[in-house]
Design a protein around this ligand. Sequence first.
Ligand code: UDP
Length: 258
Amino acid sequence: MTSRRTRIYEGKAKILYEGPEPGTVIVHFKDDATAFDAQKKAVIEGKGVLNQRISEYIFSRLNEVGIPTHFMRSLNLREQLVREVEIIPLEVIVRNVAAGSLAKRLGLEEGTPLPRSIIEFCYKNDALHDPMVSEEHITAFGWAAPQEIDDIMHMSIRINDFLTGLFLGIGIKLIDFKIEFGRLYENDMMRIVLADEISPDSCRLWDTKTNDKMDKDRFRRDMGGLVEAYQEVAKRLGIISENEKPERAKPKLVKSDT
Ligand code: UDP
């Protein structure tokens, strides 16, 4: 079945196929996990389905609150139909709490709250290991125009505010996350929309009470229990029920002790 479709691109965790209509693309979420510039690799059964469903849920909620995204609809547990966009070659990282490369770079202890949310840009280039760049580099090399950077920063802050609240309501701290944007061409118009995915592969998510990691750091740091952690995120979001049956429910509110 899948072999008859035209493959546009295969990345580390996803495959893109031509969509049924012009201007659409099918995204297939693989079970492959990679870290450290793909030096570390594994196949984790069930990861693709969980990421597809979590990303579908988040992109749908973002669409509802007026943040434009490429997402149209899920086609099955592993695949979604999205609008074709021209990907801006930047990884936009939003951070609320020090972790990962920021903690290392600035000598901060992981878990230290930041004075305010910070946005960083990395140039999407595997061969160069996605180097961090400034707005100066982005405009000088023409990766994005100044107005586009403004739109991206504004949308990133709104996404962070929305997601921070969404996760806090289900007992999860949003430490940081990576997002990507694309240019959507409609008639003579072009606008910037959120693209790619938002899932525990691209976020750091810590349990509010225990600080347990519920994200890809479980793979990066050989902690095990990745699928169980992603399942727990999906359960708390109300995407899957306790007995694993697909269900569309509301997020469960977890009362905080404070
Ligand atoms: N991230 C990602 N893809 C990347 C690099 C980072 O999804 O290629 C996410 C990562 O999961 C984390 C955030 O972006 O939620 C910040 O990552 P960081 O810069 O700390 O890099 P890392 O420690 O993952 O190398």
